[in-house]
Write a protein that binds this ligand. Structure first.
Ligand code: HSE
Length: 420
């Protein structure tokens, strides 16, 4: 039996989950893999508080160097979260030849190049399955069993908090603020929800998925980002009447000479596999030239699901004689600043002659064709709701038209992309 010595940077929710999984299932994992995991040190802020886990006192340390500089420790698991000091400490561990396992999408996506370069230099491994989609083995799937594919499309529900909020808004006809407050009360959304609801979390994750899926470096800033805070219950219910379900998606497309990477709310046809992924579940839908389409679905957060992915990475790091490193083409593919989508455009307008002419006239001038239209009776102030669904159109053209519409005639309340 081979023993592998670990150091844990952090023993909070995820670190504690990993500790528990090794303690409870380590023997069985050892029987299956021939690898016994031993946690030598776990970094904590205060040795008296360590998440209530039964961790022997001698395992606890408040000095990171007890982990980063100990030659006996072979694998460092990083559970600090945030960009720094996580990124520098991972870099140091790699510099010292230790493999690193992390769930930290922020530090990883922002410092991917340095971390990969250091791992390559010292021959250490860098594993990050838990950074996207929690327990779902999406990173491994892209890098190993699906490696002989040209992946053309990645579409993911990679943020459980926003999926939970949108699912409840759809089920209850409730407004965003109400559901958010309830989710916060239930501990399902953070007290400061910005990273989730404004799409930053999904942006980091798409930077990672896009980089490994398209073999071209996708920087975080390359990813267009829009959150769910402007969505209201009318968008969701009118969308549903027209056969669509609203999701926050991370979308990556490889168009050959350029890529598209964007995070924003999307209407999906109700029969799309991602449309039925509800609650806090995550799912990633892929299209590759050889396997065609595929969807992986599961739990994207939580101590135990995340620990499942992390222990899987630890075992791989221990088993691999040569650590895999994603191939990146030398010259990154340019990121398209315009793309084709269909659009759901919701507006209010007085119910009188000339409104449709104003809208469709401006659309026609910019090459935008309407595929479906719905009008709802005027509300007490005399304004009707109009919904247009366009055929495929350029993002820039749609934004131009929305700006050009005469606000005296119609007021655009929301524009949501429609994908299929
Ligand atoms: N905050 C994330 C989510 C989980 O809501 O899915 C961690 O990536």
């Amino acid at each position: 039996m081979k023993e592998v010595v670990l150091g844990l940077l952090g023993l909070g929710n995820i670190g504690g989950g990993v500790w528990d999984l090794i303690r409870e299932f380590g023997e069985e994992t050892a029987k299956r893999t021939g690898i016994r995991l031993r946690v030598k040190k776990a970094l904590v802020l205060d040795k008296r508080i360590h998440g209530g886990k039964e961790v022997p006192y001698e395992v606890l340390t408040t000095d990171r160097n007890d982990i980063l500089e100990d030659p006996e420790i072979q694998i460092v698991c990083e559970f600090l979260g945030g960009e720094q000091p996580a990124a520098s400490w991972m870099l140091r561990a790699l510099e010292n030849g230790k493999s690193v396992v992390t769930a930290n999408k922020m530090a990883l996506s922002l410092h991917f190049d340095e971390l990969r370069a250091m791992a390559q230099k010292t021959g250490a491994g860098l594993y990050y399955e838990a950074s996207v989609g929690g327990a779902i083995p999406i990173i491994n799937a892209i890098q190993s069993p699906l490696i002989s594919n040209h992946i053309e499309q990645i579409m993911g529900i990679v943020n459980g908090t926003t999926n939970y909020i949108l699912t409840r808004m759809a089920a209850e006809g409730a407004e965003y603020e109400t559901v958010l407050k309830d989710a916060q009360r239930l501990g399902l959304a953070e007290p400061n929800p910005t990273a989730d609801v404004e799409g930053y979390d999904a942006q980091y994750k798409l930077s990672i998925l896009g980089s490994i899926g398209f073999h071209t470096r996708v920087n975080v800033d390359d990813v267009y980002r829009e959150g769910i805070t402007k969505i209201n219950s009318e968008d969701i219910s009118f969308g549903r009447e027209m056969g669509y379900v609203l999701k926050l998606l991370a979308i990556g497309k490889d168009n050959g000479n350029s890529i598209e990477v964007r995070v924003h709310p999307v209407f999906l046809p109700e029969n799309h596999p991602l449309a039925r992924v509800d609650g806090s579940l995550n799912a990633v839908y892929l299209y590759g030239h050889s396997f065609k389409d595929m969807m992986l679905e599961g739990r994207g957060a939580g101590d135990a699901p995340t620990a499942s992915a992390i222990v899987g990475d630890i075992i791989q790091a221990a088993q691999n004689a040569v650590h895999p490193m994603p191939y990146m083409q030398e010259n990154p593919k340019p990121v398209a600043d315009d793309w084709q989508s269909r659009y759901f455009i919701r507006m209010k307008a007085k119910d009188e002659p000339g409104v449709l002419a104003e809208v469709t006239g401006k659309m026609a001038k910019d090459g935008i064709s309407v595929s479906a239209m719905m009008q709802k009776d005027a509300d007490p102030d005399g304004r009707a709701t109009l919904i247009f669904i366009t055929h495929l159109a350029s993002e820039k053209a749609v934004q131009r038209v929305v700006k050009a519409l005469n606000p005296e005639i119609c007021q655009v309340e929301n524009v949501i992309r429609v994908e299929s």
